[in-house]
Design a protein around this ligand. Structure first.
Ligand code: MF3
Ligand code: CO
Length: 278
């Protein structure tokens, strides 16, 4: 490739990509490899994003509305010179996604959803800072949940961890999904396949898609400089979901059993990966 646009990418990385391409593997476009400067920009965005989630963690309580969570997220983000990425994204009306119990993802904060003892909620925060995007979510348990519900939350967190472990240079995206789905199945939970992780950094959602089920040594080659999210959604019951027709956003489990999700933004390094949203 004679394109000087990608001069920042090590020759060795390009050679290894060409090698895997010649062996019939799917490989990333060079545009999916971030510059060191871009990675530092995404890291700085991730610091604010983590600050938002830490604030939510310290403030969340029974009796609080999801609209109050939205206000915390919105105000903290603006106070730190950043912009909440969800706000007005493809028409999304609020600054954060709040997804309670059977809501899988993309729940819209509102004054009528009041957190109750025993609820589980995913708070999905995405930040634009200096033009760079970061994206992470956590589960919060309000008081004590039923043991099987708490287990769902814990296994979903572990699913993110085992997925991260597979995010290694010159491995394949299919390994991530394989590890996540394997852990979910072992625990008799299901994995949602209608939504994926994604490249992130210069835009909210970039290539590639990061699937949460997969086949080992299949899918796209992972190379240093790629930045993407892993964000497995695990369901207590069936993996099927539907979208609320009224708001066009809220994703709900078909059987209305609970769902749990955790998400991080990670960067692939020369010898492993780094989480940019701790
Ligand atoms: N934060 C979600 C993700 O993890 C995307 C939400 S899109 C929104 O990719 F518009 F609902 F915010
Ligand atoms: Co995401």
């Amino acid at each position: 490739m004679s394109d000087t646009k990608y001069d920042y990418i090590d020759k060795e990385i390009i050679e290894r990509i060409e090698y895997f391409r010649s062996r019939g593997h799917r490989v990333p476009k060079l545009s999916m490899i971030k510059t060191p400067e871009q990675i530092e920009g995404i890291r700085a965005s991730g610091v604010i994003n983590t600050g938002v989630l830490d604030l939510v963690a310290s403030e969340i309580h029974a009796g609080m509305s999801t609209l109050e969570i939205d206000k915390l997220v919105h105000d903290y983000t603006l106070d730190h010179g950043a912009v909440p990425a969800p706000l007005n994204y493809e028409g999304f009306p609020k600054s954060v996604c709040t997804s309670i119990n059977e809501v899988v993802c993309h729940g819209i904060p509102n004054e009528f959803d009041i957190l109750e003892e025993g609820d589980i909620i995913n708070v999905d925060v995405s930040t634009i800072y200096n033009g760079y995007y970061s994206d992470a979510s956590r589960m919060f348990v309000i008081g004590a949940a039923k043991p099987r519900v708490q287990r769902l939350v814990d296994v979903a967190r572990e699913a993110l961890r085992v997925g991260e472990d597979e995010a290694q240079p010159y491995a394949f995206l299919g390994n991530i999904g394989h590890a996540i789905d394997g852990l979910a199945r072992k625990n008799h939970f299901s994995v949602v396949t209608d939504f994926c992780g994604h490249g992130v950094g210069l835009e909210f959602h970039e290539e590639p898609e990061v699937e949460h089920v997969g086949i080992r040594n299949r899918g796209m080659l992972i190379v240093p400089g790629m930045v993407f999210t892993i964000e497995p959604m695990l369901n207590m019951g069936v993996p099927d979901v539907f979208i609320d027709e009224e708001d066009g956003w809220t994703v709900v489990t078909e059987d209305e059993k609970p769902s749990a999700q955790w998400e991080h933004t990670i960067v692939i390094t020369r010898d492993g990966h780094e989480v940019l949203t701790y």
